[in-house]
Design a protein around this ligand. Structure first.
Ligand code: CTP
Length: 479
């Protein structure tokens, strides 16, 4: 899988690499490509959007400016003076330049003194051995790989490990604890023991990291093929209890009078992995993670029936705004969508347990609207019973629900229900000013459609309205 060991020149086909080498030679500085690009080339991993990190033993800003000018006059360079970095975009790739730096920590302050350094100083400061590989771009050494921490070996053995003592690397930037877990999940790597222990002992330091950066990592974990790997590690290291205490609380089983309930944490992770096979929709995956979030707070033991989690779907729906707010997740229609999924997640299951009536299916379609297919995907993932008979009964009933949904949708077009008779028509017909009778009539029409007494069309709804209005003592204008 891995290309030629110590020379990567065949992988550096993008013309910009040669140009960076050439300009570096003119400036008399050594320049390297480092980080994720090198790691992913060695792993043969394809990336859709990517950025390339360039380190020069000199001024990153100077080099970026000169390379950009030599590629295309007027190519825009963004300079971040405070950080000593600069970047430009060329052929849809972001090239980010930085000067090699060295950081030394003073005893009395957490703030490092940043000084110019060698390539090795720069590699020392990076997060993991697999991200500290550097490939030279200068012409005479083009493609030469520098790997002081045996990152190649760790790539081969699938290991996440810090270049320096993990305590130092993590205290430099505590977000790296989450990055370790994210990379382990994305790449299906193991976190080396000492590195893992350091995350456990320093997990509290994650509190100083901004919520946006944390959530960015959680979302990346969420979008991997098996997000459960990451969540188990987050739990094991103590990070989950800090970042998502509500999910942490799902863990554990209680037994009373010999009756136990399932461990909702592991059940949730199973649902999350199962749904990830069928969808890349981040918000549907969040819905899977949070679908049972209110089980711990609604849990009761009733000696007659055992454990109950009464209304956990509705309580869960109410818990979401504060979780989203805290994590800086969007408080817009994405939140509403996840709330809808959480509140409705039991409906198709309940429905499939009983006789599947047309009116129940109509109501479900009405409540779920366009998100009905996503809801069915969530419910199917939620069936994690170990009892094969139970699973196959659920799945075949589900099939029935799906067929009925299709059938009713074709007949009644309920997905995005718009009342076939508007309030204006009601007012006009009965010569009414705004009053509560209008609302009563509107909901009576809706109910009649959902119950299947009339079809979802203007004519039937209009006639129903006339009859119902008369019943209520209203008088229709003569037409
Ligand atoms: N890096 C680091 N510590 C961080 C973030 C980044 O040491 N907290 C270094 C690593 O060497 C990393 C490089 O900067 O490889 C680039 O970072 P970034 O673009 O965030 O990650 P990639 O490794 O490129 O991976 P991905 O794009 O998948 O996030």
């Amino acid at each position: 899988m891995m290309p030629e060991r110590h020379n990567l020149k065949d992988s550096l086909t993008h013309p910009v690499f040669k140009q960076i080498g050439k300009v570096s030679d003119q400036l008399g500085v050594e320049t390297y490509v480092v980080g994720g690009f090198v790691r992913d080339v060695l792993l043969g991993r394809k990336r859709e959007v990517f950025d390339v990190d360039i380190v020069t033993v000199g001024s990153g800003i100077d080099l970026a400016t000169k390379v950009a000018a030599s590629l295309r006059p007027g190519l825009k360079v963004s300079v971040f003076k405070n950080f000593g970095t600069a970047m430009f975009r060329f052929n849809d790739i972001d090239f980010e330049f930085v000067g090699a730096r060295r950081e030394s920590y003073r005893q009395e302050s957490r703030k490092p003194i940043v000084e110019d350094g060698t390539l090795e100083d720069d590699q020392n400061r990076r997060d993991f051995t697999i991200n500290a590989l550097a490939v030279c771009l200068n012409e005479s050494r083009f493609g030469e790989l520098l790997d002081p921490f045996n990152g190649i070996g760790d790539l081969e053995n699938k290991i996440i490990k810090t270049p320096l003592a993990p305590e130092i690397t993590f205290s430099d930037d505590p977000l790296r604890m989450l990055r370790a877990i994210r990379f382990a999940t994305q790449l299906d790597f193991m976190i080396e023991e000492k590195t893992l222990e350091a995350i456990q002992s320093q997990c509290k330091r994650v509190e100083i990291v901004s919520k946006e950066r944390i959530t960015d990592e959680i979302n990346k974990i969420m979008l991997t093929p098996n997000p459960s790997i990451g969540f188990k590690l987050l739990e094991k290291t103590g990070l989950l209890a800090i970042i998502l205490p509500e999910v942490q609380k799902l863990k554990g089983r209680e037994t009373k009078n010999g009756i136990g309930h399932k461990d909702n944490f592991y059940h949730t992770l199973e649902v999350l992995d199962r749904i990830s096979v069928n969808t890349d929709n981040l918000w549907l995956r969040w819905s899977a993670l949070l679908h049972d979030i209110a089980k711990p707070v609604t849990k009761r033991f009733d000696p007659r029936v055992g454990w109950t989690f009464h209304a956990h779907n509705f309580v869960g729906e109410k818990m979401l705004p504060s979780i989203f707010d805290r994590l800086k997740l969007p408080l817009n229609e994405k939140l509403k969508y996840v709330q809808k999924m959480v509140s409705l997640h039991m409906r198709p299951i309940v429905l499939s347990e009983e006789e599947v009536t047309d009116s129940a299916v109509r109501r479900l379609l009405f409540d779920a609207g366009d998100d009905i297919d996503d809801l069915m995907t969530l419910c199917e993932a939620d069936i994690t019973s170990k009892n094969p008979e139970k699973v196959s009964r659920f799945l075949s009933n589900f099939q029935l629900v799906r067929e009925k949904l299709k059938d009713i949708e074709q007949r009644d077009a309920l997905r995005n229900f718009q009342p076939p008779v508007t309030g204006e028509i009601i007012m006009e017909t009965f010569s009414l000013l705004p009053c509560r009778e209008i609302g009563i009539l509107k909901s009576a029409i809706k109910e009649a459609i959902l119950e299947g007494e009339i079809h979802n069309n203007y004519e039937e709804a209009y006639n129903f309205m006339l009859a119902k209005g008369e019943e209520m003592g209203l008088k229709a204008k003569d037409v």
